[in-house]
Design a protein around this ligand. Structure first.
Ligand code: NAD
Ligand code: UDP
Length: 351
């Protein structure tokens, strides 16, 4: 089936939004997730929003036997691979867990894909692979380096995908480097549901606005930026979800070129693509936008810089535009509005 996609980690924050976009674009999806950082309720809500059941399998990407059962039961066009652990601080404390889950897990998935001759993959990479960028905006040819095990695990997977593409030219491996995904589905039904006190800025601001947390600590106001606070390229999660649909459509189109002509190779090899808006927003600018949208005061204090943070980071988006025909459409106000709608409708997340 050309339109059947395996979505690993599809119960998570970005995966759940992408499931909706995939369904709306006519793709049939099978979600495979061990629920280590997500809830079955997310899938129930996605199913409710699209008005159709979703095939969900609870399983781990490190479990080759369980993966084989899934590949035995379905003929996939490709895999969108979200499954992974993502907390930078936790990765420093538990590097083996992160390398095992993110790197070994991906190797197991790629081995099973090889067995079943499914050679189209869209991988969730991150702007973190660029480390501290030398120039802005960051394009896909920028040097890569990482300072923590989470980032290293993403970079290592990218190296594995590059080597795989060289070893066997029938692979198409798109590595989508996300900048800072924020926001929620406009229905307010699905969104980001951090387990603990959030590490990331947007969920932290949102929990201060709703009164769950007392005040925001802003990590540094002495960066060489517009107002001294860090600058990031925040991207709405529904725009990001649409980027995955565009990546699959691109693969489908490339692979269909010269169809039937066995002398032609249409696979795309390893292709890294940034998904961002191309615009930088400072921490203070985001706080002010959120405060305006929510009509809540957001108390904050400046504290020292957070170890490992960089001053500024925003994407060059021309590859996404030129190759995938994709562009982010939603504004910072949209991102704040949708986050706020999700937050007030679900003060305790999915629980
Ligand atoms: P998330 O934690 O909400 O989703 C990841 C999903 O993968 C979860 O549902 C989790 O249960 C599942 N999972 C983890 N390990 C698994 C395993 N071994 N087997 C099966 N399922 C497993 O995270 P997210 O924000 O949706 O991120 C999705 C992907 O995008 C991750 O790979 C993440 O590293 C990457 N990414 C996220 C961000 C971000 O800021 N959210 C930025 C860049 C890249
Ligand atoms: N940040 C902050 N306080 C927080 C969380 C984040 O000031 O409680 C800042 C952080 O220093 C960075 C920006 O917000 O400049 C984005 O941080 P986040 O962790 O969301 O994303 P990342 O650092 O991965 O880009």
């Amino acid at each position: 089936m050309k339109n059947k996609i395996l979505v690993t980690g599809g119960a998570g924050y970005i995966g759940s939004h992408t499931c909706i976009a995939l369904h709306q674009a006519g793709y049939e999806i099978v979600v495979y997730d061990n629920l280590s950082n997500s809830s079955r309720e997310a899938i129930n809500r996605v199913s409710h929003l699209i008005g159709a059941p979703i095939e969900f399998i609870k399983g781990d990407i490190r479990d080759a036997k369980a993966l084989r059962q899934v590949f035995d039961a379905h003929q996939f066009f490709g895999v969108i691979h979200f499954a992974g652990l993502k907390a930078v601080g936790e990765s420093v404390a538990k590097p083996l867990l992160y390398y095992n889950n993110n790197v070994s897990g991906t190797i197991t998935l790629l081995e099973v894909m090889t067995e079943y001759d499914v050679k189209n993959l869209v991988f969730s990479s991150s702007a973190t692979v660029y480390g501290d960028p030398e120039t802005l905006p960051i394009d896909e040819t920028a040097p890569r380096s990482c300072t923590n095990p989470y980032g290293q695990s993403k970079l290592t997977v990218e190296h594995i995908l590059e080597d795989l593409a060289v070893s066997d030219t029938s692979w198409s491996l798109i590595s989508l480097r996300y900048f800072n995904p924020v926001g929620a589905h406009p229905s307010g039904q699905i969104g980001e549901d951090p387990n603990d006190i959030p590490n990331n800025l947007m969920p932290y601001i949102s929990q201060v606005a709703v009164g769950k947390l007392e005040k925001l600590s802003i990590f540094g106001n002495d960066y060489p930026t517009v107002d001294g606070t860090g600058v990031r390229d925040f991207i709405h999660v529904t725009d990001l979800a649409q980027g995955h649909v565009s990546a699959l459509n691109y693969l489908d189109k490339q692979l269909s070129l010269n169809e039937g002509d066995t002398t032609q190779q249409n696979s795309v090899g390893f292709l890294p693509i940034n998904l961002g808006t191309g615009k930088g927003t400072s921490v203070l600018e985001l706080v002010s936008a959120f405060s305006e949208v929510s009509r809540q005061a957001i108390p904050y204090q400046f504290t020292g810089r957070r170890a490992g943070d960089i001053a500024s980071c925003y994407a060059s988006v021309s590859s996404a535009k030129d190759l995938l025909g994709w562009e982010a459409k939603l504004s910072i106000t949209d991102m704040c509005q949708d986050t706020w709608r999700w937050q007030i409708a679900n003060p305790n997340g999915y629980n």
